[in-house]
Write a protein that binds this ligand. Structure first.
Ligand code: HEC
Length: 195
């Protein structure tokens, strides 16, 4: 089901500076380059060669690909090793940088507030709010998630597939940091925090 009209998708293509990284669902106005580190020779490093954005925060999860982790884990068992009980602003910021570096903002906006894609900052969660669902959804994409038996619960303004990112986000640890950012960026009511 294509809710994005063809005319709309075409106009996005024309304004896109970097068509290779574009997807019809990406925000037209998002022209910001993802933040990238610079190597010793002054050239930008590809995202996978960047050092952790928070080298002072030791990784709590593995460097396996999120795809492999999501495929191997039993349903309902994935849990962020970074505790949400007191949100660490440095870790939220580290997660935000990762989020930008893999272009989640292209579809969801810089603060996860949504654009052409569902906002990540409100209390409506399409498949559920828990860590296990979010980790799997981002890693495997919404089509594969549904194949694994996860069903649509909430409704957002956009109904379209979320592409798999479990090999674009390099490590399990990186994805948990991105999810930590999503938690830290929540703008809804405290009573709706169920994670
Ligand atoms: C090409 C556009 C696109 C990109 C890039 C993208 N997403 Fe999504 N995302 C979507 C769409 C579309 C949905 C809704 C899927 C559905 O309704 O089945 C979604 C849903 C989600 C949800 C669930 C939101 C909710 O309200 O329940 C989360 C969390 C999410 N994405 C995180 C991410 C993260 C993190 C990244 C980067 C690693 C990312 N997305 C990259 C399009 C995108």
């Amino acid at each position: 089901m294509a809710l994005i009209s063809v005319a709309n998708a075409d106009s996005i293509k024309k304004t896109a500076g970097d068509e290779a990284r574009r997807h019809p669902l990406m925000l037209a106005e998002n022209t910001a380059e993802p933040e990238q580190a610079v190597g010793a020779d002054g050239f930008r490093l590809p995202p996978q060669r960047q050092k952790s954005t928070a080298p002072d925060i030791p990784p709590l999860a593995s460097d396996k690909s999120p795809h492999d982790v999501a495929m191997a884990a039993e349903k309902g068992t994935l849990k962020n090793p970074y505790s949400y009980s007191t949100m660490d602003p440095a870790l939220v910021e580290a997660g935000r940088k990762k989020y930008m570096s893999v272009s989640c903002n292209g579809c969801h906006g810089g603060n996860g507030g949504g654009g052409m894609c569902p906002p990540l900052s409100n209390a409506t969660w399409v498949y559920g709010a828990d860590d296990d669902t979010l980790f799997r959804l981002v890693s495997l994409g919404s089509d594969e998630l549904q194949k694994q038996g996860y069903t649509r619960k909430g409704r957002e303004n956009v109904v379209g597939p979320m592409p798999p990112h479990g090999k674009i986000v390099k490590t399990e640890d990186d994805l948990w940091r991105i999810i930590y950012f999503i938690r830290g960026n929540f703008r809804g009511d405290a009573k709706d925090i169920k994670w």
